[in-house]
Write a protein that binds this ligand. Structure first.
Ligand code: AMP
Length: 405
């Protein structure tokens, strides 16, 4: 099986070759023919399955015929990093064709985006907030849109973007092709799908199960010894590049500092950093300038970094699904990876759930030369005053927003 079977416009062959794709992945096999035939789609696929090309190739094929200089495809994604990544994938896959795309997100100046929108781009890859600004200021014109993709829809729901998406939908034509991708389908996403898609075809590729190229180890540890244990683990393990997840941005920032204090080259990725810092962190991590990146779940979804050898869950995620997404950052593209998870007494229920999904009991390990008997200090480890509740955070917004990742 190869890409010829899809009868894609031959001008796309270069890009496909340049990306090194020979055989379509299962999601591509299932989704590309349906998308090319103009169907609306609901896709359930983990990131790492090749789902970006599954919607980008049919979009490019479509746009190669018909008018230029107007926005004909819109891809909405939850995070800036994902928008940038999809924009880059389009840049490679379009090969020598002159289809233009732009990534639109906040945290960076609007002028370049406005200029590009006025010059004319065929594909817009956007995060909801900044896109709405551009729509309201009449810079983005979506009245001639032909294809809409909602990527990582459940994540957008979690991040409180659903109202923005509904507002954006008021500015796009009713007659269009819509593709919605989501790892899970809570009620709100099913409702959104029912409101947004027309007789959709469903393509589901595998259950959200962690890739088999990853080995999982749990490290039981009391809360107050987590930091010591993670540093010990880093010192004892032969790692290439390590992505460490924490529950909040403050914990990410603090842990990165502490790890740096032990002599490692480390950066962090979370929503308290400016867009420039986020971009530099990601780039430095990808290029190996930083061996370690400490991140919140902002980095858990979708990011395509090939070389990660280890994922460490410093804090357990909230759900089994989030665990799987985090772990999906390693063991990519047939490489092997390791996932270490620090677990405390509070995490038992979730561990059981993950083991059920994985259909195996995960090995527990202790480090022989780590002192687990150090008593908990009497004073709080971080003397912080509790913060007043952020009044602007509407209770309807999810825990992600409230916790500020
Ligand atoms: P995605 O799930 O879209 O984030 O893709 C994950 C990774 O798989 C990316 O690095 C893609 O470039 C790569 N990829 C996508 N399709 C194929 C394919 N048919 N063959 C090999 N690699 C692919």
């Amino acid at each position: 099986m190869n890409f010829n079977q899809f009868n894609l416009d031959s001008r796309l062959n270069d890009g496909i070759k340049r990306e090194g794709y020979h055989t379509p992945t299962p999601i591509q096999l299932a989704a590309i023919p349906l998308a090319l035939a103009g169907h609306d789609l609901i896709g359930t696929a983990q990131t790492g399955t090749g789902k970006t090309a599954a919607f980008v190739l049919p979009i490019l094929h479509k746009l190669l015929t018909g008018p230029r200089n107007r926005t004909r495809a819109l891809i909405i994604t939850p995070t800036r990093e994902l928008a940038e990544q999809i924009h880059q994938a389009i840049g490679s896959l379009r090969g020598g064709t002159n289809i233009r795309s732009i990534a639109i997100y906040g945290g960076v100046g609007a002028a370049v985006q406005i200029e590009a929108l006025h010059r004319g781009v065929e594909i817009v890859v956007a995060c909801p907030g900044r896109l709405l600004d551009h729509i309201q200021n009449k810079h983005a014109k979506l009245g001639q849109l032909e294809v809409l993709v909602l990527d990582e829809a459940d994540r957008m729901l979690d991040m409180g973007f659903l109202p923005d998406i509904k507002r954006i939908l008021q500015h796009v034509p009713v007659r269009r092709q819509t593709m919605l991708f989501s790892a899970t389908f809570p009620k709100e996403i099913e409702r959104l799908a029912a409101q947004t898609l027309h007789k959709p075809e469903r393509v589901a590729i595998g259950l959200a199960r962690p890739v088999h190229t990853v080995t999982h180890t749990l490290y039981p540890v009391p809360h107050h010894l987590k930091r010591g244990l993670v540093i010990k683990l880093l010192q004892q393990t032969d790692t290439n590049s390590v992505l460490i997840f924490t529950r909040t941005k403050h914990r990410a920032q603090r842990l990165a500092k502490q790890i740096a204090g032990s002599g490692f080259k480390v950066t962090s990725l979370h929503s308290n950093r400016t867009q420039g810092q986020r971009r530099a962190a990601l780039k430095g991590f990808k290029q190996g300038r930083y061996q370690i990146m400490v991140a919140t779940d902002i980095a858990a979804r979708g990011l395509d970094i090939d070389s990660i050898s280890h994922v460490i869950n410093y804090d357990m995620p909230d759900t089994a699904d989030a665990y799987i997404h985090r772990i999906g950052r390693t063991g990519r593209a047939k490489r092997t990876g390791e996932a270490f998870t620090l677990i405390t007494a509070d995490d038992q229920a979730l561990v059981q759930k993950i083991e059920k999904i994985m259909k195996q009991k995960l090995p527990r390990q202790t480090l022989p030369d780590f002192n687990y008997d150090v008593p908990k200090p009497d004073y709080p480890q971080t003397a912080r005053k509790p913060k007043p509740r952020n009044k602007r955070t509407s209770p309807a917004r999810s825990h992600y927003r409230a916790r500020q990742i």
